[in-house]
Design a protein around this ligand. Sequence first.
Ligand code: BTN
Length: 256
Amino acid sequence: MSAIAADSLSFDAVAPHVRGRFGKPYLYEPECESTQLLLVGSGLPEGAAAATDHQTGGRGRLGRRWEEPTASSVLVSVMLHPPRERHLPELSLVAALAAAEAIEGATGLTAQIKWPNDVMLNRRKVAGILCELSDGTVVAGIGMNVNQTRDQLPLDAPTEPGSLRTLTGDTFDRAALLGSLLFRLERIYDGWRHGGLNDLYGEIGARDFLRGRRVTVDGEPATALQILRDGRLEVATGNGHGATRAIESGEVLYQR
Ligand code: BTN
């Protein structure tokens, strides 16, 4: 058996871990440019998932690349058909909460959410979310660093990266982790569909990584106060004694 077959996100490996409607249908390519491209504009039903063991053109937020060595990560995109009345930027937080819970289930450690789309474990970024909108549907892409060694992580990432392996010393079954992620995403997304972010706020607020940290928002110094119930980030501008404002999007970097 090849290394890929022994540790892959193939249909046969993942199907036993798919417990709900998310992950059906399940598209798998051993290698592809980006799992996002397999779903955007595909017309597939909600819950369809596309996964791979290696992306040659993985997309990150703000036009960045998302890179990983083959068979090291969970790389998945999920098709969502959100109701019109919901505020779509909130989906990054919905997916981040699902990824945080899946990581907590696997590691036994508490994961945090760095607004708007990163999942942190022991102050390292272990997962990122990219949501792309097309014709009223959203493709939520989730990249999770799982079994990379330290020297396999990117050197130039704006937020210091880690993998579940570098942070715990253990390796993880990626197929089981993906099944857990899909199941949690379905449950959390259904909650959001029904009640919006307000219904998830306790879970998100409890994992707010930036709360109280000195940050820059698109280069401007500020203090992060909290993720608000509408999904925006409240910051105090200047040295922390200035006005407060709520930001909808942007690049927030924190001081280590
Ligand atoms: C970020 O932190 O900038 C977001 C990274 C999102 C990466 C995932 S991996 C699966 C899906 N396919 C992609 O090309 N990107 C997302």
